[in-house]
Design a protein. Structure first.
Length: 289
């Protein structure tokens, strides 16, 4: 009786390569670009590529590897994390959960997202879903780019959001219509791109997977941070009286911009190349192996 393999040889090679990439990114300054208490990380790229190549299980494994090394950085392994060191001193177990679980969950979910998008047979559903993701991408780029242009330096030399930007975000009657307009515009652009059929469904699925990997990594990481450590003196000091929404936008705006763009573009290019070179078997072929 044959037993079904979890991963095939070609997939194991990709898993090994992506694991090596995570090790390099985690243990050397190549993969982390410090920005204040946070770091712009390139480790989401191997997670996205693994999710494309190996599906939800592979994505979860690679996300877990990323999360494990992210936790080890709290102890100074590789590129130290100033925030991680503080969180470990507060509660080591919760620090592990906050670093590990969001990354593993991210990898698993984006693996499902890739499978779902690449297997869609209804063109209408494919166009609508791509448009919605384009709207999210446009909104995220707009917010990140606006934040990037509206940071000032306080008397202590630290970067902070400008008063004009704070007023803009804090005024729903102005903020909400602008965000809706940007999102609808991005929806239209994304819809036009996919309906032009200049990109294959697989390329679009890879790009969406890359974007969602960066987006969900940020959302899950910050949600876990606020949920597990929001009541601590350290987090209250970082939040500075801001509400949770304002704090998250201010804290990760620039990081999110860089991570979303790089992960989307690189995952789309690498994923398409892996399929073209047949390093990733087609679904029907894989079922026969």
């Amino acid at each position: 009786m044959k037993t079904k393999k979890l991963f095939h040889t070609r997939q194991l090679v990709i898993l090994g390569l992506m694991t090596a990439l995570v090790l390099i990114f985690s243990l050397t300054p190549i993969g982390s670009i410090p920005v204040g208490p946070l770091s712009i990380t390139l480790n989401v790229i191997p997670v996205a590529i693994t999710a494309v190549a190996l599906g939800p299980v592979g994505g979860a494994v690679m996300g877990g590897i990323f999360g494990l090394f992210s936790f080890l950085q709290c102890f100074g392994v590789g590129v130290p994390s100033a925030m991680g060191e503080i969180l470990v001193n507060i509660n080591p177990f919760l620090a592990f959960v906050q670093r590990f679980v969001p990354r593993a969950l991210d990898g698993f979910l984006v693996g499902l997202i890739f499978k779902g998008i690449s297997s869609l047979r209804s063109l209408k559903s494919y166009y609508i879903i791509t448009g919605i993701v384009s709207a999210l991408f446009g909104f995220a780029l707009f917010m990140s780019g606006t934040l990037l242009l509206n940071f000032t330096t306080d008397e202590n030399g630290k970067k902070k959001m400008s008063d004009a930007m704070s007023d803009f975000i804090g005024t729903p009657s102005l903020f909400v219509p602008v965000c809706l307009f940007v999102s609808l515009l991005a929806f239209g652009v994304g819809y036009l791109i996919v309906t032009s059929k200049k990109l294959s469904q697989r390329q679009v699925a890879c790009a969406i997977t890359g974007f969602c990997t960066a987006l969900l990594n940020t959302v899950f990481f910050m949600t876990a941070l606020v949920a597990l450590f929001g009541d601590t003196e350290y987090m209250q000091g970082l939040m500075g009286g801001k509400n949770v929404f304002m704090f998250i936008i201010t804290f990760v705006g620039i990081n999110a911009l860089f991570e979303m763009i790089t992960t989307t573009v690189i995952t789309a290019a690498v994923g398409a190349a892996l399929f073209k070179s047949r390093l990733i078997p087609e679904a029907r072929q894989a079922a026969k192996d």
